[in-house]
Design a protein around this ligand. Structure first.
Ligand SMILES: [Zn+2]
Ligand SMILES: [Zn+2]
Length: 277
């Protein structure tokens, strides 16, 4: 079994020309699993050479707007392109979010279906809501477990493992011992490193931003905190993501490397990341 990680969007809620909204694809052999669906996800999929209609599995870490802005386009556009099966896994509220999306575009969808298109893949989406941490039943050929992260809405990190290999996606989180345990020995940990000191929040003159930056420390990690998590968990490779505009990737790596002995990658949009043999 092979895992391959395709970063799609490494940005944040803040619009950024360099970084699309949070999203990545984990290939499990030839099955692409989309994790989060931020703004621009469908375009990023196309740029990465992955047809949106090939994605039959979407896992949402949480229901914040920056991780969801791309959903309507992914759902309706991907179905328009021919996708006829979709499973969406996410925290409680995922079903409501999906149904509201269908409601908002009700007339549009009615028109499209009236053209003779099948409703499959759109009106019969399989939604699985996770309410408790633990193993998640899915039709993926790997074991997937969910763990609760520390964020201001229910947020799950996901661990995909098979054949002795593991990839962990933290979602948004403040530092937590739960993530250290959860990421234990993982080949790749993709972690929220929103709190770079070089972001607009710390560089700018804006007092409002300063206050926001202090409050964000209850919800996200600094690159150094990501490094500490990875070090304590014995992770083999750390991928930093969820960067605010103006974040300096080199400085983020330096900060993480002060505490983590393994390799660190400051994720870039469309970057392909392999598990080292
Ligand atoms: Zn969030
Ligand atoms: Zn976020």
């Amino acid at each position: 079994m092979e895992f391959l990680l395709q970063m799609l969007g490494t940005g944040s809620p803040r619009p950024d020309l360099e970084r699309s909204g949070p999203a990545q694809v984990l290939f499990i052999d030839d099955i692409p699993v989309l994790i989060d669906c931020g703004e621009g996800t469908t375009g990023q999929l196309l740029k990465a050479g992955i047809l949106p209609e090939r994605i039959n599995h979407l896992w949402l870490t949480h229901l914040h707007s920056d991780h969801l802005f791309g959903y309507a386009q992914f759902l309706i556009g991907g179905q328009g392109n021919g996708r006829r099966e979709l499973t969406v896994v996410g925290p409680a509220g995922t079903k409501k979010y999906h149904e509201r999306t269908l409601e908002m575009y009700e007339e549009d969808i009615r028109y499209r279906l009236s053209l003779g298109r099948s409703p499959k893949g759109l009106m019969d989406v399989n939604i699985i809501e996770i309410t408790e941490p633990g193993e998640v039943e899915s039709d993926l050929p790997v074991k997937v477990t969910a763990e609760r992260m520390v964020h201001n809405v229910p947020t799950f990190g996901y661990r995909f493992e098979g054949d002795g290999k593991a990839v962990v996606i933290s979602g948004d989180t403040a530092p937590t011992d739960r993530l250290i345990e959860f990421a234990r020995g993982a080949d790749i940990l993709v972690q929220d490193a929103a709190l770079t000191t070089t972001s607009v929040y710390t560089k700018g003159e804006n007092k409002e931003f300063e206050k926001v930056f202090v409050n964000l420390q209850k919800e996200h990690c600094t690159p150094a905190q990501c490094g500490e998590t990875a070090e304590q968990a014995g992770v083999k490779k750390l991928v930093l993501t969820h960067f605010l505009p103006g974040a300096d990737p080199e400085e983020a790596c330096r900060e993480a490397l002060e505490v983590f002995s393994g390799p660190v990658i400051a994720g870039e949009d469309l970057q392909l990341i392999k598990i080292d043999e």
